[in-house]
Design a protein around this ligand. Structure first.
Ligand code: 5GP
Ligand code: ZN
Length: 113
């Protein structure tokens, strides 16, 4: 398995882990774009949002709820945060294992670049 995030899950590649349970891992982005920049991923390898199936609804819900819980822990739930899934080329996806970006701790611009 050559997937970078699968290697992070297996500890082959070190990361700064924020949360872990049976289905989900969350770790700090190596190139943070905000004071909080956490990646929330499923432990099961799914390449992009285009590959989701009805049976994946539970895990996607877990990613969203975990991002909100981490935002609360970091003290940015009330001030606000942004959650993003980038999909394929035009969105700039570089790692093909779905990951929910959690960004916060500063004002976010809209529309995004
Ligand atoms: P994408 O562009 O695919 O939406 O996001 C991939 C994210 O993974 C980027 O924000 C990038 O900084 C982050 N990233 C890439 N390689 C590593 C790594 O080895 N460790 C960690 N913690 N983050 C990484
Ligand atoms: Zn993977």
């Amino acid at each position: 398995m050559s997937c970078l995030f699968c290697k992070i899950i297996s500890r082959e590649i070190p990361s700064s882990i924020v949360y872990e349970d049976e289905h989900v891992l969350a770790f700090n982005d190596i190139n943070g774009q905000a004071p909080t920049h956490v990646l929330v991923i499923p432990k099961r390898h799914i390449e992009t949002l285009n590959d989701l199936e009805p049976g994946d609804d539970q895990i996607v819900g877990e990613l969203a709820r975990r991002a909100a819980a981490i935002a609360k822990d970091k003290g940015i739930a009330a001030s606000g945060f942004r959650t993003v899934f980038n999909t394929n080329r035009d969105a700039g996806q570089t790692v093909f294992h779905i990951h929910l970006h959690l960004l916060g701790g500063r004002k976010m611009a809209w529309p995004p670049g």
